[in-house]
Design a binder for this molecule. Structure first.
Ligand SMILES: Cc1cc2nc3c(=O)[nH]c(=O)nc-3n(C[C@H](O)[C@H](O)[C@H](O)COP(=O)(O)O)c2cc1C
Length: 137
């Protein structure tokens, strides 16, 4: 079972989730600017929204990930929206990549909103989520 973790972060919130998944799985978490080094069965894709859209670098990665992706598992932080699932679903569909129905989302701090998020509890929860995905695969 080949697994990879990619993230895009502007302020560090989403990277916290990617790093927690890395701790739980023993797989390095890398930026979406780093193409995949090999075909993977599961890609944990950690993203966020900025003025309602995912960053261009996430879009560019999904258009040209470097290698085949069996399925994406969506992981996100945001201040207001429920998750990036909808955005990633449409980008994954365009790229012909399957997207797991299960996802992990938590609030991410933004200005005075959600200070301290993701917090320790979120990091523990995303670790449990990642382990569950990997163990059930
Ligand atoms: C420039 C900017 C625009 C944002 N726009 C939105 C938005 O439209 N909707 C939303 O829910 N959150 C928005 N946020 C909040 C981010 O999604 C939230 O802070 C997220 O955790 C940022 O992740 P990061 O620290 O990994 O970049 C915005 C944040 C920034 C910095």
């Amino acid at each position: 079972m080949k697994i990879a973790i990619r993230y895009y972060t502007k302020g560090g919130n989403t990277k916290k989730l990617a790093d927690a998944i890395s701790q739980a799985t023993g797989i390095a978490a890398e930026s979406v600017e780093q193409p995949l080094a090999e075909d993977v069965d599961i890609l944990f894709l950690c993203s966020s929204v900025y003025w309602a859209g995912v960053d261009e670098k996430v879009k560019a990665f999904l258009k040209a990930p470097g290698h085949k992706i069996g399925k994406i598992v969506n992981v996100s932080t945001a201040a207001l929206i429920e998750s990036t699932y909808k955005q990633i679903k449409s980008l994954a569909a365009e790229a012909g990549i399957a997207l797991d129905k299960r996802e992990f989302h938590c609030r991410g701090s933004f200005a005075a909103l959600h200070r301290g998020k993701p917090d320790q509890n979120d990091l523990e929860n995303v670790k449990k989520f990642a382990k569950m995905i990997v163990e059930e695969a």
